[in-house]
Design a protein around this ligand. Sequence first.
Ligand code: OOG
Ligand code: MG
Length: 262
Amino acid sequence: MSLSRSQISALAARLHEAQQTATAIEQVTREFPALSVTDAYAVQRALRQLRLNDGQRAVGFKAGLTSQAKMRQMGISEPSVGFLTDSMTGVEGGEIKRDELIHPRVECEIAFVLRAPLKGPGCTAEQVLEATDFVLPALEIIDSRYKNFKFDLPSVIADNSSSARLVSGGWTRRPQDFDLRTEGVSLEKNGVVVETGAGAAVLGHPAAAAAMVVNLVGQWDEAVPEGSLIMSGGITAAVAVSKGDHLQARFQHLGSISVRFV
Ligand code: OOG
Ligand code: MG
């Protein structure tokens, strides 16, 4: 680790404030060019602690940058992980306040809900499927706290992989009952299809992306608890949204979910 405890706390506090005030800041690697991925996850965990201290409840984890569409869009070729809290969850068919966010974007994901805890290293896609209670469709609303939505890998990890909001709904299904790899999805913005994709976009299988999450979290000796939500990463590229926009994802076997920005 190249950063001291107090530097890690200071960076976490800066990112926490940027999120709370919806104000874009410089990438953290501007000031700390040597910031490693390990340092960045230490900042992310300190940020999680700040949010838990504020009374938020941890609800799970998300994979970031698991699809080619996302890697190409962001210019980063390595996946990341972020934490999720209850304050990030929105209501299916509900509204999201645009002004609480800096420059929101929306992407389609498949989410897993665990009925048994999982711990890495060595977690496999098969183990994820076995430990899954059900899968459900989700829209993730990401919002980088960095100016111009631009970042390198350590910076985006410190910023909790751009996590901002998520909306899940549609139908809950057992992952054994259909093929998650060929599960198709289309994303409409104001009635126009703007993105399409299928489950295999995320590391070949959404369960492989979820296993990656478990293994990364396992690196700091943490298990993913029973009942956790694991978001397996954007299948499609993320779409920028403005006030008034209506976003709807239609999944082949998982139903549809929508959200409106107000
Ligand atoms: C980083 C977060 C990526 C995903 O699903 O790939 C992400 C970003 O693109 O801002 O959530
Ligand atoms: Mg995502």
